[in-house]
Design a protein around this ligand. Structure first.
Ligand SMILES: Nc1nc2c(ncn2[C@@H]2O[C@H](COP(=O)(O)OP(=O)(O)OP(=O)(O)O)[C@@H](O)[C@H]2O)c(=O)[nH]1
Ligand SMILES: [Mg+2]
Length: 253
């Protein structure tokens, strides 16, 4: 059983895969979720010792969730597989979760060069963080893809989005469940290979649409019969009991 599983959603990232995999801390397992790549991403990842899971259904959320369901370790991390983020920087994230200081740790992306993060993507992300604060009260500067949390807690969130809304839905539901959410600075580098989301109008439009749907979805109802349980994230702070998952499959489409 690996100490930590790192889920790496991957769509045509053969140029980035070696850079990413050589930065996975020792004793951790890399789960590369091949989301229908037509290049040699999967073969390269396999050759370098990663576990490769194939997810036929396209979408960032579909890839992330396939990785989460394939994971077995107590703590699961997420990281993009495009060499924009260094997965070795997840170590303090994992320590914070393992030591019980946080329930969800997110990387706040700090661009290293002007080209690393286009202005429209940065502005969109900031606006989203503000909306998140309005919706949940949680103050974050970024909704970045680099994360760590406990596997069973993540599964209990019952995430339904399978596209660009997945990372936002994770934070919204975690906030609603009273999780302690923390962000840490991480350097953000220009990605290797071809951009799929923020570098394209289509990708940006889809991301905005999916995220708006997540923010507009009503909070998952809190059952009167679900009192806080000891040891469940969030309940010690009295911020609310974990809520049952939504049943609105596909709400963010
Ligand atoms: N966009 C997208 N990314 C996917 C999908 N499946 C897996 N991925 C991977 O998810 C990660 C994030 O996607 P990126 O294309 O880097 O999205 P981004 O960081 O918002 O924008 P760019 O880096 O500018 O493309 C990458 O490792 C992709 O290869 C998918 O269906 N859509
Ligand atoms: Mg990227």
């Amino acid at each position: 059983m690996p100490a930590v599983d790192v889920v790496l959603p991957c769509l045509d990232e053969e140029q980035a895969v070696p850079w990413v995999l050589e930065r996975i801390p020792s004793g951790w397992r890399a789960i590369v979720v091949d989301n229908g790549s037509t290049d040699s991403s999967a073969a390269v990842a396999r050759k370098l010792g990663a576990t490769v899971v194939r997810e036929e259904r396209r979408g960032f959320g579909a890839a992330c969730h396939a990785g989460l369901t394939a994971a077995e370790a107590d703590i699961v991390c997420f990281c993009d597989c495009d060499a924009s983020l260094d997965p070795s920087l997840l170590e303090p994230f994992v320590a914070a979760v393992r030591e019980g200081r946080s329930d969800l740790v997110l990387g706040r992306r700090r661009p290293q060069t002007r080209g690393a993060w286009p202005a429209h993507a940065r502005a969109g992300n900031l606006a989203l963080s503000r909306m998140l604060r309005g919706r949940t009260g949680v103050r974050l500067h970024d909704l970045g893809p680099m994360r760590a949390a406990r596997r069973t807690d993540l599964l209990a969130l019952g995430l339904t989005d399978r596209r660009s809304g997945y990372p936002l839905q994770m934070v919204v539901r975690a906030a609603d469940a009273g999780w302690r959410i923390e962000e840490r600075d991480v350097p953000y580098r220009p990605r290797a290979g071809k951009s799929k989301v923020t570098g394209t109008w289509r990708g940006t439009w889809h991301a905005v649409r999916d995220m708006r749907a997540v923010l507009n979805a009503p909070p998952a109802p809190t059952g009167p019969t679900s009192p806080p349980e000891p040891g469940v994230p969030g309940t010690p702070t009295g911020q609310g009991a974990p809520r049952p998952p939504h049943t609105t499959e596909g709400a963010a489409r």
